[in-house]
Ligand binder design. Sequence first.
Ligand SMILES: NC(=O)c1ccc[n+]([C@@H]2O[C@H](COP(=O)([O-])OP(=O)(O)OC[C@H]3O[C@@H](n4cnc5c(N)ncnc54)[C@H](OP(=O)(O)O)[C@@H]3O)[C@@H](O)[C@H]2O)c1
Length: 452
Amino acid sequence: MATQTPASPPYDIIIFGASGFTGKFVIKEALKFLNTPSSPLKSLALAGRNQSKLTQALSWAAHPNPPPSIPILTADTTDPSSLDRIAAQTKLVLNCVGPFRLYGEPVVAACVGNGADYLDICGEPDFMERMEANYYDQAVKNGSLVVSACGFDSVPAELGLMFNSRQWVLPAVPNRVEAYVSLESDKRVVGNFATYESAILGIANAAKLQELRRSRPRRARPTIPGFAPPKGSTIEHQKDIGLWAVKLPSADATVVRRTLTTLTENPHGLQGANESAEQAEKREKFWSTIKPAHFGVKLGSKSFLGVLRFIGVGVMMGLLGSFAFGRSLLLKFPSFFSLGWFRKNGPTEEEVAAASFKMWFVGQGFSDSSLASGKTKPDMQIITRLTGPEIGYLTTPIILIQCALVLLKQRDDLPKGGVFPPGIVFGPTELQERLQENGISFDVVSKSSLTS
Ligand SMILES: NC(=O)c1ccc[n+]([C@@H]2O[C@H](COP(=O)([O-])OP(=O)(O)OC[C@H]3O[C@@H](n4cnc5c(N)ncnc54)[C@H](OP(=O)(O)O)[C@@H]3O)[C@@H](O)[C@H]2O)c1
């Protein structure tokens, strides 16, 4: 008797939360690849809780063309059966409903339960680590691939670190890579309220994240040549790239750390669900070029005053975010407390179009790994850089859609299931090339010796 192969779900992708500020830019980016020659995206649907907002978002995203005929499905995170319905109808859900700490878990549960793949644009470490703790085993069993942080948080950090790492040719090895994010515009750089709210909820729940980490089994740590870099001063003047900088408490460093941990446990990377011998060789070769390093991220400004403003906002959010009344003030007056960086109704289209980012990766290490013993300081520096358009609503949709296209096209080369950070899944794929083709560039800036 012939065995029946299960029918493929009707949609390649469902964008959930497509009516949101970011969601509508994600639709716009997806439409560029819908049914175009050689694109793996043949069928798309939108989902959310409000049909008319979704219809409007589609019209906005298709403009100046008429909106294409794309199914609009209703689903609400408070109604698990509605989430099951969408997860059962698609290969992949792109989740744009945040803050993820508030709304994300039922969506992950539905995807994992139905064996659908799941990508999101979350930048909240507590959510990502909780999903890994709660859904990893079931995701492996059901063949559901769950990857958070497929936006500006944290793909540039992940791929940027790997790009820097690949410039170190043995016997040279990196010891530390510090990334410096610089946001540029001749207008204001503005983010939408949900990102600000996500950050405030992260501050409020910092203790819970520590508790979760303490409750998890200890995992392998990468072996990094040389000693860990000293903490350094709060404000750094990075003369080589002309920026003043301060630590950025984004999700990036924690996401990168999870990728490096997974790599330490799987030195050849993660085996594809159904990969060819040739692909397995390619994957192993890729990971053999990646050398782990201590990693941190800083927010940079060309002026000292700019950095003082970052610190002012950070201190205010840190202080007020730690108690309920303070949080209600922060949430009520986002523009005031963030000095205009976040607004209830987000940036204007002109502000989005005018903005861009540079992310510098300053890698320091040893010209020969044999020098890395004892207290020897790094003697070599390699600076690389990623550049691209506005981070939240242009770069993030570009990254999310390119991750989705890689997943659709190369599904057999990716792990069958599990909950992972993006770097370990997409590192050895064509993601970097695809991002380069879509406006995000990767450059080697300089290689030099360091004199102590
Ligand atoms: N990784 C990155 O770099 C990056 C960049 C941008 C954004 N983000 C994150 O993306 C998330 C969304 O940001 P945003 O600015 O787009 O927020 P937003 O404009 O508030 O959009 C939120 C979306 O979620 C939907 N939604 C809310 N509650 C829902 C529920 N119970 N059931 C179903 N849908 C629901 C909203 O639907 P309605 O339209 O019906 O209200 C809307 O479509 C935030 O967590 C933000 O931090 C991350």
